[in-house]
Design a protein around this ligand. Structure first.
Ligand code: GLN
Length: 486
């Protein structure tokens, strides 16, 4: 069994016992990247020398008997939206091409404190807007299960890199599904924690009231361990909540008794692929057989989630992205006659088509005369969506359902149809609007051999139970052990 066959939690055991060194694990990842990434294109930047140096330093400290952090020696890849001092951060946009952050994001500081090895920067949809990687300014990432298909997005490279075993774990960001959707389409585990669980300091903003950072891994325990390492209060993000962080890595294997699972009938109506519906229903049967009680719950406002999300996300994006004007931040055009032309040319050259579309939609929704009609209305519906969840969680502990309406689609299939692309997030968006924790984990394959994901959503700050419920299913199934080409 090669190193790349092991999950992050298994690798951590081996690193701790001295069976392998961090240098060996890092070298194995770098070798896998060399072999596979020409085809997959999960990474935008890999600093091999720097990664090996970090690994060697951790190995030396281990040999000296120093006490080491939770992720000691484990390689982690970062979505290109997270600032790491001295390494490029482009958000897969020409606008930020050449930008080298002078500081670390809070999660990067946490990873360094946990003695992880920062392996490289992963491809994504530009500024995290998209569901397929086709909006990257630097080329598409391919799904390791079928290279003619998309890996999902926007954390495309972070998901594909883990699925192809080029890194044991990675971080992504999830504003409307960007961790769970690619995790589902790539057959791995990905979690969006509660809004406020993890500091967004140093996460380049898309829609600040929805953005959350979270981990990818090949099994639930690995995701629990990385989540534990990066969670916690940070005064530099005013929305980060000061609550104790449970030891998820330890509690994840504790059995859950009396679990109550909610299912939402509308999740299984028109638009959901029949193979996905069947796989998710049989996952729910597994829970029944494990003693969980399953009952229907209603989320009556869920049908407005796409409209609500695109009004709020685009409005916030139009505000957040106004800083990229060629003066404060970002690419500056070289040919212009006056200041206004310079702004227009810089933004026109720096942003891709989808980012421009969203800035225009958001600016429109915020403009005088339309503000109350669109933006304020969307905020009101958002509150109703949250209230539906609050009522549902009076009756059940987690809500189970699909992650995506279809399995991974072909590259190009939806590229010219923004609405079809937006609909691929129909099951993931409501957790962001309500600020809830949610996980995606493998629950089957289509007859064509493409992965299918199961989503579990939980109460705010109840990540612990969501992880344990996910692990309970994973422990009795073997979907997570399958891998592309193997
Ligand atoms: N696909 C959604 C969007 O394009 C979600 C993106 C995300 O979660 N960052 O906005």
């Amino acid at each position: 069994m090669g190193l790349s066959d092991l999950s992050a939690s298994e690798l951590l055991d081996q690193l701790q016992s001295g069976a392998v060194s961090s240098r060996e694990v890092t070298q194995a990842c770098l070798a896998a990247i060399t072999v596979q990434d020409t085809a997959v294109h999960a990474f935008l930047h890999v600093d091999a020398a720097d990664a090996l140096q970090q690994a060697a330093a951790i190995d030396e400290r281990r040999v000296r008997g120093e006490s080491l952090g939770l992720l000691a020696g484990l390689p982690v890849a970062l979505k290109d939206v997270l600032c790491q001092q001295g390494q490029p951060a482009t958000c897969a946009s020409k606008m930020l091409s050449g930008f080298i952050p002078p500081y670390d994001a809070h999660v990067v500081t946490k990873l360094k404190q946990a003695d992880a090895v920062l392996l490289g920067r992963t491809n994504m949809d530009e500024f995290a807007m998209g569901s397929s990687s086709e909006n990257s300014a630097f080329g598409v990432t391919r799904n390791p299960w079928d290279l003619s298909r998309i890996p999902g997005g926007s954390s495309s490279g972070s998901a594909a890199a883990v699925a192809a075993r080029m890194t044991p774990v990675s971080l992504g960001s999830d504003t409307g599904g960007s961790i769970r959707q690619p995790a589902g389409l790539c057959g791995i585990v990905g979690m969006k924690p509660t809004y406020g669980r993890i500091s967004r300091y140093g996460l380049i903003a898309y829609a600040s009231s929805l953005d959350q950072i979270g981990p990818f891994g090949t099994d639930v325990r690995s995701v629990a361990t990385v989540l534990e390492a990066i969670s916690g209060h940070d005064p530099r993000d005013s929305t980060s909540v000061n609550q104790p962080v449970p030891e998820y890595s330890k509690s994840v294997d504790q059995p859950l008794t009396g679990l109550k699972i909610g299912i939402v009938p509308e999740h299984f109506s028109a638009g959901l692929d029949t193979e996905i519906a069947a796989a998710v229903k049989s996952a729910i049967d597994v829970y029944r057989s494990l003693g969980a009680e399953v009952r229907e719950v209603a989320l009556p406002h869920a049908k407005y989630c796409i409209a609500t999300y695109y009004l709020i996300a685009c409005s916030e994006a139009s505000s957040n992205l106004s800083r990229y004007d060629g003066i404060h931040y970002g690419h500056r055009a070289t040919s212009f006659k006056n200041l206004n032309e310079m702004y227009a040319a810089s933004r026109g050259e720096g942003f891709g088509a989808e980012v421009k579309r969203r800035i225009m939609l958001g600016t429109y929704a915020l403009s005088t005369g339309y503000y109350d009609q669109y933006y304020v209305k969307a905020l009101k519906v958002r509150r109703l969506i949250r209230q539906d969840f609050d009522a549902a969680f009076q009756q059940v502990d987690v809500i189970a359902g699909p992650v995506t309406p279809t399995a991974a689609f072909a590259i190009g299939e939806k590229a010219n149809d923004p609405l079809a692309m937006y609909l691929s997030d129909i099951y993931t968006i409501s957790a962001n609007l309500a600020g809830l924790p949610a996980i995606s984990l493998p629950c089957g394959f289509t007859t064509g051999g493409l992965p299918i994901g199961l989503q579990l959503q939980g109460r705010p700050f109840d990540e612990d139970r969501v992880l344990r419920a996910a692990r309970m299913y994973e422990a009795t199934t073997d979907w997570h052990t399958r891998r592309p080409n193997g």
